[in-house]
Ligand binder design. Structure first.
Ligand code: AMP
Ligand code: GLY
Length: 430
């Protein structure tokens, strides 16, 4: 098979690594790709993930049997729609179905219509209306930009003064078009987790869960980021919780989307809060999580390609659930100093591509290879150091040993990835 994989982050490097292991693959092209992905595939840096028309034309030209879309920006740009028009199977939803992620106002109204458990909310376009609405909510106030903001469009404000300032900032153009409407939500208290399901438009297959670390610094401090680390499995997902999410969220979404004539194909990422009243949806994403994808790919035991193709073709129902290894996998994100506000570019990275043995993988995200061959930072999140172990403590020790072996003075990372689950183990006397 010929496969085109769209994207250039750590998520896509992990997907490329996994897809390249399939005996079904004759040719794998990554557009735009990154220097890490060049180890497993042909990379085509001349494309942008949002070049829907050019990418669809290229997919036709390379006779792609399947296109796998990594990032939400490509979905929003209508890549899946163009591929559908060209008759090329695509793993990833249409722009309309991707609104579950790309418009929080759409996604909240959809959940309300279909009784999918989530926080109470209101949507506002005018600052005065949003500020007046603060009276119906209790602090802390959760204020969100409607559109895509790379995981940075949410503010949790301790008091009304802060909330007012945030509303004025967002509606005042801080996120451009993405902030032309704001959503104000009830604050949900609980532990968060991300659950992933493959969908073919009609049926859903749960892949399992992971826990992300959204804040930039140790102790869950500092600004929200795209994610600073993850691990899977995550003990927050007890079998009872997973069963409730399967019925109340995942299957409900797939059925409701089909009923609304917006069949959902690809991966559904449910960001969840385990509250005292049961699971509630924080957000949906229409793609794999980054860095959650990296840990899921390392646990996924079977060939992934038949699953991606079945989602695209609409015949997932004939496959058994894929096998996942019982190991725990952890991912530590190395980010450029200054991330998330203003990451410094161009600093030299040494030792990222050494052989760390079978239990460790280093996935590239924002890296660039200079003309002299030197690897340098070229983005916010730059490398993902992933390791497996029999338990989380073993995985963590292996990952941090590899982090120490990478020489990159221009980067930083969190030293406490996995702390929640490790604290549980300690409590249980493990
Ligand atoms: P989102 O981009 O919607 O996932 O939000 C980013 C982060 O903000 C989430 O991962 C949560 O930690 C937090 N958050 C979002 N909505 C709520 C809410 N209603 N209550 C509590 N925390 C929230
Ligand atoms: N790690 C969070 C996300 O991918 O949205």
């Amino acid at each position: 098979m010929n496969i085109l994989l769209v994207g250039s982050g750590g998520r896509e490097h992990a997907l490329a690594w996994k897809i390249a292991q399939s005996p079904l693959v004759e040719r794998l092209v990554c557009a735009p790709g990154n220097p890490g992905m060049a180890r497993h595939a042909e990379v085509r840096p001349e494309f942008k993930a949002t070049d829907a028309e050019r990418l669809a034309a290229f997919a036709r030209e390379m006779k792609a049997d399947l296109v796998v879309v990594g990032p939400e920006t490509a979905l929003e740009a209508g890549l899946a729609d163009r591929l559908a028009a060209a008759g090329i199977p695509c793993f990833g939803p249409s722009a309309r179905a991707a609104k579950l992620e790309t418009s929080k106002a759409f996604s909240k109204a959809f959940m309300e219509r279909h009784n999918i458990p989530t926080a109470g909310f209101g949507v506002y376009e005018r600052p005065a209306d949003a500020i007046a609405a603060l009276k119906v909510f209790r602090p802390p106030y959760v204020i969100k930009a409607d559109g895509l903001a790379a995981g940075k469009g949410v503010s949790i404000c301790p008091d009304a003064r802060d909330a007012r300032a945030e509303i004025e900032r967002m509606l005042g153009g801080r996120f451009g078009e993405a902030g032309s409407r704001v959503v104000i939500e009830e604050f949900m208290d609980g532990e968060e987790g991300s659950l992933f399901a493959l969908c073919d438009g009609k049926v859903a297959m749960l892949l399992g869960g992971a826990q992300d670390h959204k804040r930039a610094f140790d102790g869950d401090l500092g600004p929200n980021t795209g994610g600073m680390g993850a691990y899977s499995p995550a003990p927050v997902f007890t079998p009872e919780l997973v069963e409730r999410v399967r019925v109340e969220v995942v299957e409900a979404v797939i059925a409701a989307m089909a009923a609304e004539n917006t069949a959902y194909r690809g991966v559904l990422y449910a960001g969840l809060m385990a509250t005292a009243d049961g699971p509630k949806v924080v957000e949906f994403n229409a793609r794999f999580g980054d860095p959650e994808c990296q840990v899921l790919m390392m646990r996924w035991a079977d060939d992934i390609v038949p699953y991606l193709l079945a989602c695209a073709r609409g015949d997932l129902g004939r496959l058994p659930a894929p096998a996942f290894s019982a190991d725990t996998v952890i991912c530590v994100v190395l980010a450029a100093k200054g991330y998330p506000d203003s990451p410094l570019e161009g600093s030299i990275i040494r030792g990222a591509d050494q052989d760390f043995g079978p239990d460790v993988q280093v996935f590239h995200a924002g890296t660039r290879r200079r003309d002299d061959g030197q690897l340098v930072a070229a983005g916010g999140r730059v490398l993902n150091v992933c390791a497996r172990g029999r338990d989380l403590a073993e995985a963590r020790d292996r990952a941090y040993a590899a982090v120490r072996a990478i020489d990159w003075p221009g980067g930083f990372h969190r030293t406490d990835i996995g702390w929640r689950a490790l604290a549980r183990d300690e409590e249980a006397g493990d």
